[in-house]
Design a protein around this ligand. Structure first.
Ligand code: IFM
Length: 718
């Protein structure tokens, strides 16, 4: 049983800042007067700080990031219990299972700000500016504004304005190895397991009567593969300070404006879902970057949970979402895996096998960092995912192939995706057992449903391995002549998949159907941790599942599943799914939409968006659930809008819940920007260049600029 892992205690990194004004008018080129936050409900996430128990959740939700560097939204004075943290993708310390993202020098700490009893903090998703406003009636209220520059990745800016007797900035970087030296400039370089980070910062303070204004700019330069030169951070800082706060604020608004014009959602009849999806898009964008390589931890760069380890969450959730948001970042994720092929080969070799086997949890160098024990309800329990959750190997290959398909890049044997497919196929060929039945089997694994360990022939693992073998064979040998590719195809064709033609359902693993037929309704209301409520042993002996397992096949490789099998699998596994993993509701929402059940899908989507925004699992304090955010966007794009990219064509097969009259998605695919709007049975497609689209029942159609297509049948209501 893989227990939920407690968030590691946060290391408080330091920084101080002061700030001054926030700025709604700066984009219009005006010097900002004392700013008011923009209360546009369609774009703003607000926290009041009234509930001390929500403090760490607010810090997660109000995280900002750019250039692969993330900063939690702790208030500037960092009161007791506040958990400030700055981390960067790929910058790890320690070894083995204790390897974790390094707490970096911080840029948001102010030495003192004076008493603040009531305040409002508003993250404007439209601009990426986080504004804090004191709502106490005092003569000189505290106001702060901060943002992670979208136009200069890695540059962070803070402005504070307050009463000069109370507002003291302290040094511009906090948590430096040798303490916080006095002065208004600071720079440091830190080494990590495989690379390092250089950071430089500078601040200015000025008094205007009783008012003090502090402006601070910091430049972070992380490099997961080598130690960056300190001069490079100083250079970045120099360029940023020459532009100055106002100019960078202006550029911030312009850059986010560009982002939102290309990727967005419009659901006029459902403002809460529209805001929640925008929040997901905002954080997916902020927590990632088109770097030389990008390993996305389960919580991105927004918190310490799972130590920043990279799971399948990255390959099959975050990567496909990014392919439609910021394709360069998705490609960087593929490079993260490709750069670790040698480490994966070494794991396979150590097992006596061939090819490459990826670790369930990966971090700096691609060695296995999965812990071997954890805590479940206060008890120490073994974690076996490292040995048994082997589907990760096919997931990595799937992510790389998906990225190529979505972006319109060919997969050749020499491309990153091609090499990943081939090496993973070699592993599966070695890993499969031949039974007396002359079929191929995969024994002793854990599927996505981690309530059941050491199972044989998990349908998800087997079908993903089958897909992997077939896809690799197609890449190296489309005509079927090579011996190796023939062996892959033969093994794929003989791998058992547990499909029962009578029930039209996959048995999750050999023997699953004979387990105690518990449903979630027998236990409580999902989402729930069935293993905690009933105990691991009882749950392992039952049909309760943590998250979609066989159903993940319909999510990832629908063309590898039996036609017409989605409905029966949803009907059977839906009531047995505890949603004990945060990944679960968004996948279920997408599948319900694909099954033509949009109202049920919308109910599930509401649960998915509440995972972080309402802290439904009590774990958001440890960071954003990146796979959930990605799943929310994919539920809309691939689920409701029915967007797929296959063979260089964009397939569109939308469904609409009865509560919505229209909805629009804007996204990227095949190197194009697309806007797709559904209204009744009319589909309006707008692109910035020619692209081939296909709707059900019609031949492919080449479209450019604006085209209106009519859907067959009842269209939107289907
Ligand atoms: O990868 C997931 C897994 O599927 C369920 N437990 C949490 C992991 C990290 O998010």
């Amino acid at each position: 049983m893989a227990p939920p892992r407690e968030p590691a205690p946060l290391k408080r990194s330091a920084v101080r800042t002061r700030l001054a004004r926030t700025d709604p008018d700066v984009a219009a080129g005006q010097e900002a007067a004392a700013p008011e936050s923009q209360a546009d409900a369609a774009w703003v996430i607000s926290e009041t700080g009234e509930d001390p128990l929500r403090q760490r959740v607010s810090e997660t939700l109000l995280a900002v990031g750019s250039g692969g560097v993330g900063t939690r939204g702790a208030v500037e004075e960092e009161p007791e219990g506040s958990a400030q943290l700055v981390v960067a993708a790929g910058i790890y310390q320690n070894t083995g299972s204790t390897q974790h993202l390094m707490a970096l020098p911080g840029w948001t700490r102010l030495a003192s700000v004076g008493p603040v009893r009531h305040e409002r903090r508003s993250l404007d998703l439209r601009t990426g500016v986080l504004v804090r406003e004191q709502t106490d009636p005092v003569a000189v209220p505290l106001r702060t504004a901060r943002f992670a520059s979208a136009s200069m990745p890695g540059v962070m800016l803070l402005r504070a304005e307050g009463w000069s007797a109370a507002l003291h900035p302290g040094p511009p970087l906090s948590g430096l190895p040798a303490g916080d030296p006095p002065g208004d400039t600071a720079a440091v370089r830190v080494g990590s397991v495989t690379g390092g980070l250089a950071v430089a910062a500078q601040q200015h303070t000025r008094d205007e009567g009783e008012r003090r204004i502090v402006e601070r700019i910091a430049a972070y330069l992380p490099d997961p593969r080598r130690r960056p030169h300190p001069a490079a951070a100083a250079d970045l800082l120099g360029r940023a300070t020459r532009l100055g706060f106002e100019r960078l604020l202006h550029d911030q608004r312009a850059e986010w404006g560009r982002r939102w014009s290309g990727v967005d959602v419009r659901i006029p009849d459902d403002p809460p879902i529209q805001l929640a999806v925008r929040f997901a898009l905002f954080q997916l964008w902020s927590q990632t970057a088109a770097l030389e390589e990008l390993g996305v931890g389960a919580r991105g760069v927004s918190g310490p949970a799972y130590d920043g380890h990279v799971f399948w969450d990255a390959d099959v959730f975050v990567l496909p979402a990014l392919a439609s948001i910021n394709p360069g970042a998705a490609e960087a994720m593929v490079r993260y895996r490709a750069h670790r092929l040698d480490a994966a080969r070494a794991i396979a070799r150590r097992l006596g096998g061939a090819g490459a086997r990826f670790p369930w949890e990966s971090a700096a160098d691609g060695t296995d960092v999965t812990p071997s024990s954890g805590s479940l309800g206060g008890q120490v329990v073994a974690i076996r995912t490292g040995q048994q959750e082997e589907h990760i190997t096919a997931d990595v290959a799937w992510g790389a192939a998906f990225c190529s398909e979505w972006c319109g890049e060919p997969v050749t044997p020499d491309s990153a995706a091609g090499r990943l497919l081939v090496e993973t196929a070699r592993y599966w060929l070695w890993r499969c057992d031949r039974g007396a039945d002359r079929q191929a089997h995969l024994r002793g694994v854990i599927g996505p449903d981690e309530y059941h360990e050491q199972v044989d022939d998990n349908a998800f693992t087997n079908v993903m391995a089958r897909w992997n073998l077939r896809r690799a064979a197609h890449v190296v040998d489309p005509s079927g002549r090579s011996r190796e590719a023939r062996a892959w195809r033969h093994t794929a064709d003989t791998l058992v998949d547990g499909f029962d033609h009578r029930t039209r359902r996959y048995e999750q693993f050999a023997g699953y159907d004979r387990l105690e037929p518990l449903t979630v309704a027998d236990v409580g209301t999902p989402p729930l941790a069935a293993d905690l409520l009933l105990g691991s042993r009882r749950v392992a002996g039952s049909q309760l599942i943590k998250q979609p397992d066989a159903l993940m096949l319909h999510y990832l490789v629908p063309d590898e599943t039996e036609p017409g099998s989605l409905g029966p699998n949803l009907d059977f596994y839906g009531p047995r799914t505890a949603h004990g993993s945060s990944l679960s509701p968004a996948v279920s929402a997408a599948l319900l939409a694909r099954a033509g059940r949009p109202d049920d899908a919308l109910a599930m989507l509401r649960l998915a968006v509440s995972i972080d925004l309402a802290d439904r699992t009590g774990t958001t304090a440890g960071g954003l659930h990146m796979a959930t955010l990605a799943g929310v966007w994919r539920a809309l794009l691939a689920g409701f809008a029915g967007v797929r990219v296959v063979g260089g064509q964009v397939l569109l097969d939308p469904v609409m819940p009865s509560a919505w009259g229209t909805f629009e998605v804007r996204f990227r695919a095949l190197g194009r920007r697309l806007r797709v709007r559904l209204e009744a049975n009319r589909l309006r497609v707008e692109t910035d260049g020619p692209v081939t689209v296909r709707i059900p029942g019609s031949p492919p159609r080449r479209v450019s600029t604006v085209t209106v297509l009519t859907l067959p049948g009842e269209g939107a209501g289907r």
